[in-house]
Ligand binder design. Structure first.
Ligand SMILES: [Zn+2]
Length: 154
């Protein structure tokens, strides 16, 4: 699992380098082979829905010409937000792997653990894989963004 989370962190680095929010996602098969990778492009695309997971799901469905991603694992450097969990459930994804998984990163504040109560299929969720590394990457970016915002104000 560590290698897949590190791959998601590499995607998050791409998001950071392009001025987007620090999130990356990977889709792998059950053997851990990476099928596709994507990162957050909300700022560069001026699209609030362009989260890493959404970009990933769209890319894979288009590439494989299917809307059924049930054989795959969704891996993200941070716990997916409700929009992304909903999109993943629509794509029939049942296996989730997250790095940093703290509730305060989510808006609106509905966790995948609450959402799974309302799903027809069981969701299998692995959290806090390389949590500290993922947390540092996200917090460092958030700190720098706040600094840049305040620099722009003065
Ligand atoms: Zn999301």
């Amino acid at each position: 699992m560590d290698g897949l989370i590190r791959a998601a962190m590499t995607e998050a680095d791409k998001a950071i380098e392009t001025g987007n929010s620090p999130f990356g996602a990977i889709l792998s098969d059950a053997n851990g082979k990476i099928v596709e990778a994507a990162y957050n492009t909300t700022k560069t695309d001026s699209d609030p829905t362009a989260h890493a997971e959404i970009n990933l799901i769209r890319a894979v469905c288009k590439k494989l010409k299917t809307s059924d991603l049930s054989p795959f694992y969704l891996i993200s450097n941070a716990q997916s937000c409700p929009m992304c969990v909903s999109a993943a459930v629509k794509a029939k994804i049942k296996n989730f792997v997250f790095g940093y998984a703290e509730d305060e990163t989510l808006l609106p504040k509905i966790t995948i653990f609450e959402m799974r109560k309302y799903c027809n299929e069981e969701l299998y969720i692995h959290t806090n894989i390389l949590k500290d590394e993922c947390c540092r990457q996200i917090e460092k970016t958030n700190r720098e963004n706040k600094k840049n915002i305040s620099n722009n104000l003065y």
